[in-house]
Structure formats: C-alpha cells, structure tokens
Design a protein around this ligand. Sequence first.
Ligand code: FE2
Length: 294
Amino acid sequence: MPSYPIDMNVKPDVKAFFDPMTNTISYVVKDPQSASCAIIDSVMDIDYAAGRISYTHADEMIAYVEKSKLDLEWIIETHVHADHLSAAPYIKEKLGGKLGIGSKIKVVQDTFGKIFNEGTEFQRDGSQFDALFEDGDTYQVGTMTCVAIYTPGHTPACMVHVMGNAAFTGDTLFMPDGGSARADFPGGDAGTLYDSIQKVLALPDDMRLFMCHDYGPNGRDIRWETTVGDEKKFNIHVGQGKTRDDFIAFRTERDAQLDMPRLIIPSLQVNMRAGDVPKDPFGRKMLKVPVDSL
Ligand SMILES: [Fe+2]
C-alpha cells in the first residue's frame, strides 16, 4: 500500500452544508493557518420535472465563503456524481479557484459519452477540469498540503481527499451504520471498492472522515462525520474484519435490488462536463434521456 504525505497536526476548519433534496453533504474546508479554503462536492439545484436549474444551495456556500472572507483556491469533485448536479462552474465564476477531479474521469467520459451518444464536440480527455489527480498527487490550500488517494469501485474516477486530519470520502464509505455505496454503475466493481475502502481504513485511526452522503438509516438524524477508528469497529459492511468475499457477495446482492438514483440522467450529463449543462446545436441548454441503456 502506498504511503501518503499526511500530517495529523494540521486541523482544518470544516463547515458542512446538507442538501435535503439529494442527501448530499458539501464542505468548505479552511486552512488553519490562512484564509485559503477549498469547496468539496457542491450541489446545483434542479427541478427535473420542470427542467429548471437554480442555485440556492451553492449561493449559501458562496455567501459563507464571502462572509468569512475566505479565498477559494480549489473546487474538488470526489467523483462524477450520479445523484446530484455539481455547481462547480457557478461557484468558480463567483469565487475563482481551480477545479479538480480524478484522472480516470476520462474513463467515465468515454463510457457515458457512448451511452448519451455524444458527438465529437464532447471532449473525453478531462480537459473541462483544471486538474486531473493521480493517486498520491498533492496540492496546496494555503499552507495545507492536501493529497488525493485513488479509490475506485463505486465509480472508476473516485478519489478520497485528505486535508490535514480530515479526509473527504466521497462515496467510498458511508457512516458506520450506512455501510458503503453501490458498486453497480458502469465501471463500478464491488471487489475494487472493498480494496479502496481498505486504503481509507489504513489511514490513522483518529483521522476525521467526512461523508458525501447520509440517508439517516433507521430513522436517526443526518450525520456526516466519523473517524477511521469507528469505521473499522462499527461499519456494517466492512468493519469487524469482514472479508472481501463477504463484501462482494453482500454488495452484489444489494445492488441488484436498488433503483437508479432519481437524478442519474441529468447528473451524469452535467457532471461529466465539469458541471456545465450541455447545449443543443442552437446553444440552448438541453438534456437527453437515453432509453433502456442504464
Ligand atoms: Fe456517487
């Protein structure tokens, strides 16, 4: 297992924003030594039935950054989300910052470029993003060195981002009582997800973990923060020494019963374009619905 440059003495301020429409948690992460910050997994609002987009959730984050007089350096996507739309371009226009995602976005763009029958104008080289991270790549948020850890399985482009003593898991892990995310999207794989989760569980026990989603299992309140130690002890899918084979069997059976996320069709088309809504030949914003292909 590779060793990553991790400094548990760096303790960023983490402000969470919960979106009840998609059960997504977005974060503003502030360098403890400066006003620099990063935004992780932002959300653009969509009324899919009406085909209407709005920015209430993103505006809340932007207002927080402005009120706190923070300097946004990075906008991070942990992966190409299938259940909500990214607000990255909107936030970048208002606050600046560079947009980064895992380098395997190219695989996702290739897969869904075909499913959505995109033309040659849709670039499948990740060039819509400012940075494409490989496993172990580092970047700075002020004085804080952040590291991207490659964690495929849920999707081929997933990465966990570690900033000081805080790690942003994307959908590689859920809260201990939520377990793990599905691994049945195109390019997903349950065994690969198990291996990626082991990389996260190899981080220090007191590493704070911040989830991208929580659904409040068994009626509990929504929560998004745990630790590596608690995931190892209590995670219902991978904790307490569950084997890779156990996990694959369980995950495969469970995934076969899950419906597609409500917003998968608009989410993929927008998120594989780094948050830009596709346009028709006349320049009008337009989404497609591929029939019987997902
Ligand atoms: Fe996801």
